[in-house]
Write a protein that binds this ligand. Sequence first.
Ligand SMILES: [Zn+2]
Length: 388
Amino acid sequence: MMCYNAFVQTLTLRCTLKPTPEQAAALEETVRRFAEGCNHALRVAKEHGEFRRFRLHHLVYNDLRSMGLSANLAVQAIARVGRKKGSRAKFYQPTSCTFDARTLSLRGESVSLTTVSGRMVIPMRLGNYQRGLLARAKSVQGGVLTRGPKGKWYIHLSLRVETPEPPTGGGKVVGVDLGQKALATLSTGVQFSGGSLKGKRLHYLKKRAEVRGKLDRPFERTRGVKRLWARLTGREARFVNHTLHTLARRIVDGLEPGDTLAIEDLTGLRGRTTKRGSTERHLHHLWPYARFRSLLEYKAALKGVRVVAVDPRHTSQGCPRCGHTARENRRSQALFRCTACGFQHNADWVAATNIAQRAGSMGVGRSKPARILRVSSVHRPPLESPRL
Ligand SMILES: [Zn+2]
C-alpha cells in the first residue's frame, strides 16, 4: 500500500429528507421566515444603497431578530443579500434556507437543523453513493435546505472530504475526447457509446417544442399541459444528470491514483463559430461540458487523479504518428487518415491521444494505436434523482 499525504476538498452532497408532518411544517415556516428576512434586508440594502455585508449587518440585524429569526439565520440572510453587489435579486422565494456549522450537524443518517421551532433531527434518505461520501467526510460545514417543486425537501450538505494527494511521477496520462456520437473516448481505446445523450435530448427537445406550442395557445394551455411540461423538464434533467455521473464515474474507475486525466478546455467554445457547423454547434449545447468537467474533477480528486485541461484546437486533425496537422486528415466523422504518412485510426481515439499528448504524455510517434473497446455507459436512469 502506498501512503498519500491527504488534503481536504469541499464538496456538496444532496440528500432527500424524510421529515414527519410536524417537521415539514417547521421547515416550511423556517424557509418562509428566512425569505421574509432576506426580502427585508434586500429592501433596506436598496434604500441605503448599501450591500456591504458588515454595514448591512448594522442596518438590519436587530430587525431580523425581532422578525423571529435566530442569530444564525439572521447572519445567513444578511450574507445572502450582501453577497450580491448592487443586488440583481428582486425578490426571494420561500424555497430555501442556509445553515452553518452551528445550526446544522449530522447525527448518523439524520441531519439536525435549528428551525424556527427549535432543533430538529430529520432522517435522510441515503443511497450507497451518499453513504460512501458521508463516511469519508471529515466534517460538515453547513448546508442549504431546499424545497423542490413537488414539496419534497432536500439538504445540500457542504462536506469537507479528505482526498489523497496525487503522488508525483509515474502515473499514466489518459486523454478523453468528448463527442456527439460516442459520449467519450479515452486514449486507452475505451469508448463510451451513447448517442443516447444526444438522441434522448433531441427527443426531449422535440417533445417540449410540441408542448411549448400548446402552452402558447391560450385555449390549449390547460393544467394537464402545464404539468406535462414540468414532468418532461424534470425527466430530462434527471436523465442528463444520471448519464453524466455514470460516465464520470466509469472514466475515473479505470484510473489509478497518480494518473492524470487530460480533457479539452472547452469553456468559451460555445460562442465560437469557426470549426463547427451549425448543427454541431447546436448539439454542443446538449453536451453540458462545464458540469461534466466539474463532476469529473471532484470524482478524480477523491481518487488522487489529477485533471488537466488542454487547448482543444485541432486535436482531431493532428497525426499522432508524424505530427502532420491538416483538416484533410479527418476523412469523416469516424475515420482519421494522415495525408502525409498514411496512418489511419478511429478519429475519436486520435483526438483523445492528441489531448493526452498535450498534457505531457509521450511525444508524437510514440503512442501505440489502441484497440477500440466500446462500452455502453448509460443504463436507464432511476425514477428519482439519486444524487447531486
Ligand atoms: Zn502522419
